[in-house]
Each structure stands twice: as structure tokens, then as C-alpha cells.
Write a new protein. Structure first.
Lengths: 338, 411
């Protein structure tokens, strides 16, 4: 048992961090804020070349053949860079939709509302992220995955998206679409999609911690850097703790998917998504607070991470459903983890 | 990242498991928590059994008489003991986890020869005299004096939170040998025989009603200079060196116990009907996620110790997160008990399904309150994270090396 990153894994993460810092600096990532299209096609291809989408695809299918653990490390870095776009959907679609694997085709995904799930029934219409950027839209349900031409939808763009880098559309309903995968694929997409989304969240949680700490070191009030005051220092400490705990949960979930004999992957994944959603949301909020009045301005990027965390918390399992599924696992087994 | 155990690690687990299966049924009945001589006898007997089987001092280096196991084996050891419901380390806590490792690292060869084997074999029990009534989080301000008089130090002052003082043979004692304001530069580490004239022990009763702590009053107590570990005035460093023995496993038993307690809480909720409340189920789900994540963090910390030989920052993260999760679990259980939680007695349920587990849950809730206080309060831990890990400016008075006593001792 060695739960530290291997040398290769550490290099992979480091390489992805360098790529993002060099190719996708925040000033550039922010350029399309509040516009209809936020995916930079050339950049998407670069991500494809770097293996972001085909990392887990088998080598014989033209992929890199790595595990979900490696993908989680890569997605952590994408989260840290606040990269917008349907990253998780395009990664899942590699091998199923031509061109998803190398980044030449941008694939999005939306849950088909399930009338059997009372939370989804009835009131809130279907909201689709990034529709304007998509070449293919996939509809996910327990029954499987279906493909839809995004242009065929009667979609209305919402003028004031909560996250300025996640444009959203509303549709009155969803067509049947063309089936592209069955229930088994749908189930593993749900699982892997939750892990990769959680990885984006912990990347952001780590980034907002650093942003808050940097600011707390240089901002002076009462003649001292504000980070010297316990009220601020402890906010920052809590951010760091939350990130590290959630990070271990995400890594353990990814490894458990890769090494099924070590535990119950679905339980590990639900816990990881739950805690990383919480960490990203709480850290985004604290980051704004540490910045004081400046944190309330559009210019300071703290709000971007906070808003993105809220967006991602609605995807691949929400708080209530995740906590319920964990409760179910407790009720069934009456026995803890191994 | 690999969560699979190697063949050698699994073999270690297998041997340990069969030893536990044959040994545990032969243990005498557990003494009452208030019977201190009985507890000492029970705990030291268990230590003797471990020692005879070669499991004593699992984490101690071989040259100190220990087994010299890897951090991963240490993790497996603690995991298996907890799962088999083996006795806790009990009164051997300070000797095994603090005093012994300190003497291994900093003691003279004579001190090592004299003191190590009796700790490993359960022959001698240690307690700790670090904190003082006026020196808690700010341990470096301690005032208990050690004045050199010939071959002795004459020690006068008082100590507090001294676990198991009543049954201890020796105390690891920090005394001020430097100037009054020398702070951490003027402290020495002494071995105090508890039967020395001038040592008075006054038990403290905790909010849980237990008496595992005591106050020590020291009135002109003569401690031989030969009992000093390390140089005079170098006791602070001696104490800190020992912390590097921690390899991420300090809370393994506690964490697994918490996972068991959550299961009991869920069983209780199912029994009372509270489980039909989505709020209750979600709280349980959150607790499960947190405990699982802490188990993953434990494995990360142990792996780091195995690679680098030193404890990383993860231990501080763990303590902060675990103590809060454990307290949430305590509150959760207490709420589920409802009015059955008004006494720590297991009363019969009206459903004919046996007693309601109030004793365990009420006591656990109360004892859990110490977690954010003992071994460095959560506020001090946050300062440590903020200053030493995140690099934020220090408090006006340095908090370097804040008080860290051994973690909570389960009874």
C-alpha cells in the first residue's frame, strides 16, 4: 500500500499545471466572460494533444490507456486553472463520439430528467451548459446515452448566467435522440463523471486557498498584514484542511475505481463528490471574504471559482442525492469501510 | 497511488489476526473504569502478551528493543487490533508513545538499558508532566523550577493533565532550569520516579466523570541529574524530536471506532424510526463521507511517512478535521437517543429489542469534547497550519512548538 503519488503521477500533474499556466493564463481564460461561446477551439485541440480527453481510452482504441487516478490528477489541474467548457463530458465521450478524443469535436452532456426522481420532476426546465460551443450533445439517463444535434434544439440562451464562463440555455424538452450507449456505460459515466468533476472542484479549492493566502500576506490593515490576525488566518487554515481532506477522498475514489478489490467504488465516489463540492463552495466563499470589499468586485477572480463550484455541484450528483446514497450504504451494510 | 497491500503486508496481517484470535479469548474480564489498580494490571498484562508475541513497540526501532515495523505494518497492526476489539494501549500510553521513543532518541546508553525494556514488557508505567495550570497552549512559559543542588535537581511547582499519575512509576517531566524568561531555551527533560518524597497527586474529575487526569504538586522533589535526558536547557528540542516518531497512525483505532459508532447510530435510528427522516439520513451520509475521507487521509499520511521517514503536515490536517467530525458524530448520536440520552445508562427499549446504547453514546459525546482541546487546541492547530504550512505572518508571541501532548487516551 502506497497512497502517495508515483513519480510518474507527480510529473503528469506537474506537466499539466505547466501547460495550463503557459497556455491558459487566467487573463486569457477570462476573455470570453459573459459571451455565448467560451471554448477556444485551438486550446481545446491542445488539451486533446495533451491527452486530457483520451487519457483513459484503451491504447488499441487510440488512447493513452491510463487509469482514472491519472485522469483525476489531470482534471485537478484543469480545475485549478478555471478552464471552462464541457471537459468532463468530452473526456467521457472519447471513444464513443468521433473526434472527442483529440479535441476536434466538443461534446456536451445533460441529464435527462427522470420522472421517477421527485427532485427532478415537474418544475425546473432542462438547462444545458455550453450549448453554443457544442458539436454533439449527449443525453444521459439510467437507460443509456443518446446523441442529439445541438442545432436541432429549440433552445433559448439565458442572458445572465450565474457563472460568466458557463453560458446556459433553456429548452422546453428533450428529443429521444440517437442511442449511442446502454445502461452499463451510463452507470460508469455517472461514476467516472462524478470523480472527474470532484477533481475539478478540489483543484479550484486549492487555488482559492492560495489566492486567499497570497492576499492575506500582502494586504495590510492596522499596520499589519491581515493574515497575521487569527480571524483571517483561521479562515485560511480551514480552507487548506478542507482541500486536503477532500483531495484524499477524490484520490481514494479514483484509485478504488481502478482497483475494485480495495473497496466499494460507488460509496467512495459519492463521498468524494460530496466533500469536494463542499470544499470548493466553502473555499470560494471564504476566498471572497478574505478579500474583503475587493472580493465583492468582478475584477478579483474569487467569485469565478465560487460560481463555478456552484455549477459543478449541480452535476453528477447533488448534495441531497449523494448524502442519501451514502446513508443507504450505511443502512445496508451496517459496516464501515475497509 | 496504490491502495492494495503487498503479499508481505497481507502475510503480516494474517499472522497478527490469527494471534489475536487465539489470544483475546483468554483475557481476564475488563476492570471497571474507576478501578485504577485493576486497570493497570489489565493493561500491563496485555502489554506483556504483546511483548511475548513480538508485537511490543511495533513502531520502535529494533535497536530500542522494538519490532521496527514499517509505517504500513503499524497501520495494519492498529487496524487489526481495533477490528478484533483488542484492549487499548491504556496506561502504557505515555511510555510507549512518548517517553520510550524520547529515551531511544536522546537518552544515554545507561538510560536506554534501564528504562526501555520495562516499558515494552508492561513492567513500568509512565505519565507525563508537561502542561501547567498557567502554561497550556503556551507551554514554553512553564514555571516549575529545577534548581541544581549537587547531583540533584530540586524541583518545585505543579503540573496538570497528568494521565494515569496514580498508577505511574515514572513521569517524563519538563522543568525550567534556565532563567525565568528563557522560554523554550531554558527547559530540561527529567525522569521523575513517582515515589520520590514531595510528589503529591490530586485526581481531576473530567466532565465525563472520569479521573484519568491528575494534578501533580512538586515540593522540593529531588531528581538525580543522572535522570536528565539530553542536555540541560535542551529539553524543548528533546520533546520535539519525539514528535517525529509519529507516522500518521496516532488515530487509527479512534477512527475505526468512530466508523463503528456511526453504524450503531444508524442501527439506533432504524430502530426508533428516525431513519425515515431525510435530515437524519443525510447527516449520517455526510458523516460516512467524512470518516471515509479521513481514512484515506490516514493512508496518505502513513504512505508519506513510509517514503520520507518524517511525518508530513497531514497529521495536523487530520487532527483538525477528525476532532470536528468526531464531535459531530457525538452530537448526532445524542440527538438520536432523545430522552434516553438523559442518563449514561443502557435502559431497556420498549420494542423488546434490548437496551438502548446510551452508555456508549453519552460517554463518547462527552469524551469527544476533549478532542478539540487536547494535544493542542484546534485554535492553536489553525495557527500552526496558517503559519507553518501556509506561511502567514506569526502571532505577536511565537507559537512555534505549541504544546503537543500525546493524543487523547481512550478508556
Amino acid at each position: 500500500m502506497d497512497f502517495e503519488l508515483t513519480e510518474f503521477q507527480a510529473e503528469l500533474a506537474e506537466g499539466m499545471r505547466r501547460l495550463c499556466a503557459g497556455q491558459f493564463p487566467l487573463e486569457q481564460v477570462r476573455l470570453p466572460e459573459s459571451t455565448e461561446r467560451v471554448v477556444d477551439r485551438a486550446g481545446w485541440r491542445q488539451l486533446g494533444d495533451a491527452g486530457v480527453f483520451n487519457l483513459c481510452l484503451a491504447e488499441e482504441a487510440g488512447g493513452v490507456g491510463m487509469g482514472l487516478a491519472e485522469a483525476a490528477l489531470v482534471f485537478e489541474e484543469l480545475g485549478r486553472a478555471l478552464l471552462p467548457g464541457p471537459l468532463v463530458a468530452s473526456h467521457l465521450a472519447a471513444g464513443l463520439i468521433d473526434g472527442a478524443d483529440d479535441g476536434s469535436v466538443v461534446v456536451g452532456l445533460v441529464e435527462r430528467p427522470d420522472p421517477a426522481r421527485p427532485e427532478a420532476a415537474g418544475v425546473v426546465p432542462v438547462i444545458i451548459e455550453h450549448l453554443g460551443d457544442l458539436d454533439v450533445l449527449l443525453l444521459l439517463s439510467d437507460a443509456g446515452v443518446a446523441s442529439v444535434d445541438p442545432a436541432s434544439l429549440d433552445a433559448t440562451r439565458l442572458k445572465r448566467p450565474m457563472d460568466p464562463l458557463t453560458p446556459v440555455w433553456v429548452v422546453p424538452g428533450l428529443p429521444e435522440g440517437t442511442p449511442v450507449a446502454g445502461p452499463e456505460i451510463a452507470a460508469w459515466w455517472r461514476r467516472d463523471g462524478a470523480v472527474l468533476t470532484a477533481a475539478l472542484q478540489i483543484g479550484m479549492a486549492a487555488w482559492t486557498t492560495e489566492l486567499a493566502v497570497e492576499y492575506a500576506k500582502q494586504r495590510r490593515q492596522f499596520g499589519r498584514p491581515i493574515g497575521g490576525f487569527q480571524a483571517i488566518k483561521h479562515l485560511c487554515a480551514d480552507m487548506a484542511v478542507r482541500t486536503e481532506v477532500a483531495r484524499c477522498a477524490v484520490h481514494a475514489a479514483a484509485v478504488t475505481v481502478d482497483q475494485p478489490e480495495v473497496g466499494d467504488a460507488l460509496v467512495a465516489v459519492a463521498g468524494a463528490k460530496l466533500l469536494s463540492d463542499e470544499a470548493a463552495v466553502a473555499n470560494g466563499r471564504s476566498c471572497i471574504q478574505v478579500h474583503g470589499g475587493m472580493g465583492f468586485t468582478w475584477e478579483v477572480p474569487a467569485h469565478l471559482a465560487y460560481k463555478r463550484a456552484r455549477v459543478l455541484a449541480t452535476q453528477f450528483g447533488t448534495e441531497g442525492a449523494l448524502a442519501e446514497s451514502l446513508a443507504e450504504s450505511l443502512a445496508e451494510s451496517g459496516r464501515g469501510v475497509r | 497511488m496504490d491502495l492494495r497491500y503487498t503479499d508481505a503486508e497481507q502475510a503480516f496481517r494474517g499472522e497478527l489476526r490469527s494471534w489475536l484470535e487465539t489470544t483475546l479469548p483468554g483475557l481476564p474480564p475488563k476492570p471497571s473504569p474507576h478501578d485504577w489498580p485493576g486497570r493497570r494490571a489489565y493493561d500491563t498484562h496485555w502489554q506483556r502478551l504483546l511483548s511475548d508475541a513480538g508485537y511490543a513497540g511495533i513502531d520502535w526501532p529494533v535497536e530500542g528493543g522494538g519490532r521496527g515495523s514499517s509505517p504500513v505494518e503499524e497501520l495494519i497492526f492498529k487496524e487489526e487490533l481495533e477490528r478484533a476489539r483488542a484492549p487499548y494501549v491504556g496506561v502504557n500510553f505515555v511510555g510507549l508513545l512518548h517517553a520510550g521513543p524520547t529515551i531511544i532518541a536522546e537518552g544515554t546508553s545507561e538510560q536506554r538499558r534501564r528504562f526501555l525494556a520495562p516499558i515494552l514488557q508492561g513492567d513500568e508505567v509512565w505519565c507525563q508532566g508537561f502542561s501547567e495550570p498557567d502554561a497550556g497552549s503556551d507551554l514554553a512559559s512553564m514555571r516549575t523550577r529545577g534548581v541544581r543542588a549537587g547531583d540533584d535537581y530540586v524541583v518545585t511547582g505543579s503540573k496538570i493533565w497528568t494521565s494515569h499519575a496514580e498508577v505511574a512509576d515514572y513521569c517524563e517531566l519538563l522543568v525550567r532550569t534556565g532563567a525565568d524568561d528563557s522560554r523554550h531555551r531554558g527547559i530540561s527533560w527529567l525522569i521523575l520516579p513517582m515515589d520520590t518524597p514531595g510528589v503529591e497527586i490530586r485526581p481531576l474529575t473530567t466532565i465525563a466523570g472520569s479521573t484519568e487526569f491528575a494534578e501533580l504538586f512538586l515540593d522540593e522533589v529531588r531528581v538525580p541529574v543522572a535522570n536528565r535526558v539530553g542536555e540541560e536547557n535542551d529539553g524543548w528540542r528533546v520533546t520535539m524530536v519525539t514528535l517525529s516518531f509519529e507516522r500518521g497512525t496516532a488515530f487509527v483505532g479512534d477512527l475505526l471506532e468512530a466508523i463503528e459508532l456511526l453504524s450503531s447510530a444508524v442501527t439506533l435510528a432504524q430502530r426508533t424510526g428516525a431513519w425515515s427522516d431525510p435530515g437524519v439520513r443525510r447527516q449520517a451520509g455526510h458523516l460516512r463521507a467524512e470518516l471515509d475521507a479521513l481514512w484515506a487521509l490516514t493512508k496518505r499520511n502513513v504512505s508519506q511517512a513510509a517514503r520520507t521517514g518524517i511525518p508530513g503536515v497531514g497529521g495536523t490536517f487530520f487532527k483538525l478535521a477528525y476532532s470536528e467530525t468526531r464531535q459531530k458524530l457525538g452530537e448526532f448520536s445524542l440527538a438520536l437517543l432523545g430522552r434516553a440520552g438523559l442518563a449514561a445508562d443502557d435502559i431497556e427499549g420498549l420494542d423488546g429489542e434490548g437496551p438502548l446504547p446510551a452508555e456508549t453514546m453519552v460517554e463518547d459525546w462527552l469524551r469527544g469534547i476533549s478532542l478539540t482541546i487536547a494535544a493542542g487546541t484546534s485554535q492553536i492547530q489553525r495557527n500552526i497550519v496558517g503559519e507553518r504550512i501556509l506561511g502567514l505572518p506569526k502571532e505577536p508571541v511565537a507559537t512555534t512548538g505549541a504544546a503537543r501532548e500525546p493524543a487523547r487516551q481512550r478508556t
